[in-house]
Ligand binder design. Structure first.
Ligand code: LLP
Length: 418
C-alpha cells in the first residue's frame, strides 16, 4: 500500500498534495499519514493473530501524542525508556498495564514513577538496576514486575550504532549470567519475575538473527524452568527493518512465520516493541530549496531543512530518498543536498542523481517518520519543525512549529550579569 504517491504530478500524502501543506504551514514540516500508521500496526498485529501478544510501540521512534493516540486506539501498548516517555505515554491515554519500561539506566525517580503508575513490566538490564528497583519497591511497599533483558550475543548485521545484542554492547545481561541473575531476583522480596526480554538491534533486514536470538532465549527459558523459575511474558523487542532505498526486509508475515513455531511452543504471552516498522515509512520531511551552488565539478542544493531536523544522515550516514513535490521528468544531475547548518555533516544526500530543483521548489525527504522529529534538536537556534497528520483529504497540525520565544524558554541571566 502506498500512501505517498504522485497524483496529477503532485506528491501527495493520502489525498492531500504536500505542496498545499508546505505553502500553508511553511517548511521544514513533518507530515504523517494516519492511514499508513493504521496499516502498519494492523499488518503487524495480524501476522501474530492466534497468538496471545501485545504490541508496545517503541515511542523513541516518534513520541508525538497524535501518533501515540493512533496506536493506543488500535490496542497498542508502549515501550518507554525514560520518565519523560512514561509521562507522555500516560498523558496520551495508554493504559499503564500496557507499558513496558526498557533502557539501561533507570533512575530511582523514574522507577518510582513507573511503580506508582502500575506498569506491565520493567525490562531490567543489570544486577545493580535490579537492586535499585527492589529498593524503591520496598520503600513504596510494592512489588515490581520484572523481566531481565538478555544479551544473546547475536550479530544483527545492521549499522554498528544500532546493534545492541552483541556481547561488546552495553545492553542486557550476558547470556551466561542470566540464570544466576534470575535466582537473585527470585530472592528479592519486592521483585516479581514476570518475563524475559531481548532486543538485538534495529533495522534488521533478514530473519536469521531473530531466529538465532529466539533459539538462545528458548534455551534460557528451559534452563530457568529447571531451576523452578517460570516466566509468563516473552518480550522480543523491536528491530524489524524497513525500505529506505533498496533493502528488502521481511514483512511482518515473514517475520512471524520465522518465529511462530518456537513462540507457539513456548506458550508465553508475547510482547513486541516495534518502532521504526510502525512509523518509519508513514512520515516525510518537507523542505524548500533555498539556493543552488556549484564549485569545480560539485553541485550543491541547499535546502531549508537541516540535520537538527533529521539527524540520521549525519549520525549514521543513513540513506533517505528525496522526491520533488512537483513530479519531474527529464534529466537528472548529481548533487549534494545539504542544510544550512555550520557542519560538514549537515547533509541529506551525497552525490545523488536528482532532477534539477530550482530555488523555491519543494522536496520531500522520505522515510522520515521514525527517529526523525524525535531526534531533532534546536542546534544553531533553529526552532523545531511543525508536525502534521493527514487523514484522507484532511490534515491537522499535531505539533506547532516552535517559536523564537520557545528557543529561550527557561533561560535566565544570572544576577551578577544584570
Ligand atoms: N526496544 C528497544 C529496547 C530498543 O532499544 C529499540 C530501539 C526498540 C525497541 C525499537 O527498535 P526499532 O523497531 O525501531 O528498530 N536512532 C536510530 C535507531 C535507534 C534504535 C534504538 N533502539 C536510527 O535512527 O536508526
Amino acid at each position: 500500500m502506498q500512501y505517498f504517491t504522485y497524483q496529477n504530478q503532485e506528491l501527495s500524502c493520502e489525498q492531500v498534495p504536500l505542496k498545499e501543506i508546505a505553502q500553508k504551514l511553511g517548511t521544514p514540516a513533518y507530515v504523517y499519514s494516519y492511514a499508513a500508521l493504521k496499516h502498519q500496526f494492523t499488518s503487524f498485529t495480524q501476522a501474530f493473530s492466534g497468538i496471545d501478544h501485545l504490541i508496545c510501540f517503541s515511542m523513541k521512534a516518534n513520541s508525538n501524542a497524535a501518533i501515540l493516540k493512533t496506536f493506543i486506539n488500535l490496542g497498542s501498548g508502549i515501550d518507554v525508556v525514560t520518565g519523560g516517555e512514561l509521562y507522555r505515554a500516560l498523558k496520551a491515554g495508554c493504559p499503564a498495564n500496557k507499558i513496558v519500561f526498557s533502557g539501561v539506566g533507570k533512575s530511582d525517580s523514574e522507577i518510582e514513577m513507573a511503580l506508582n503508575a502500575g506498569i506491565l513490566q520493567f525490562n531490567v538490564e543489570s544486577i545493580d538496576e535490579l537492586s535499585a528497583i527492589q529498593n524503591v519497591a520496598a520503600r513504596l511497599n510494592k512489588k515490581a514486575p520484572i523481566a531481565l533483558r538478555v544479551n544473546p550475543d547475536v550479530d544483527p548485521k545492521t549499522h554498528a550504532y544500532i546493534s545492541t545484542g552483541l556481547k561488546k554492547s552495553k545492553f542486557g545481561i550476558s547470556h551466561e549470567k542470566t540464570v544466576d541473575t534470575y535466582k537473585k531476583a527470585r530472592d528479592m522480596a519486592n521483585i516479581e519475575i514476570v518475563g524475559i526480554d531481548c532486543h538485538i538491534g534495529s533495522q534488521l533486514t533478514t530473519t536469521a538473527p531473530f531466529v538465532e536470538a529466539l533459539g538462545k532465549v528458548k534455551n534460557l527459558i528451559n534452563a530457568l524452568k529447571a531451576e523452578g523459575i517460570t516466566v509468563r511474558h516473552l518480550d522480543f523487542g523491536g528491530g524489524l527493518g524497513i525500505t529506505y532505498n533498496n533493502e528488502t526486509p521481511p514483512s511482518p508475515a515473514d517475520y512471524a512465520a520465522a518465529l511462530k513455531g518456537i513462540m507457539t511452543e513456548l506458550g508465553l504471552k508475547l510482547i513486541f516493541e516495534p518502532g521504526r516498522f510502525l512509523v518509519g515509512n508513514t512520515g516525510v520531511l518537507l523542505t524548500k530549496v533555498l539556493y543552488n551552488k556549484g564549485r569545480d565539478n560539485k553541485k550543491f542544493v541547499i535546502v531549508d531543512a537541516a540535520s537538527n531536523d533529521l539527524m540520521r544522515p549525519a549520525m549514521y550516514d543513513a540513506y533517505h530518498d528525496i522526491k520533488p513535490l512537483s513530479q519531474k521528468t527529464g534529466e537528472t544531475q548529481v548533487v549534494d543536498v545539504v542544510g544550512p547548518i555550520c557542519e560538514t555533516g549537515d547533509f541529506f544526500a551525497h552525490d545523488r542523481a536528482l532532477p534539477a530543483l530550482s530555488n523555491g521548489e519543494y522536496a520531500a525527504i522520505m522515510s522520515a517518520g521514525a527517529y526523525g522529529f524525535s531526534m531533532s534538536s534546536t542546534y544553531n537556534s533553529r526552532p523545531r519543525a511543525v508536525e502534521v497528520m493527514v487523514n484522507g483529504k484532511d490534515y491537522e497540525i499535531v505539533r506547532e512549529r516552535e517559536t523564537l520565544e520557545d528557543l529561550v524558554k527557561g533561560e535566565k541571566i544570572p544576577s551578577f550579569l544584570k
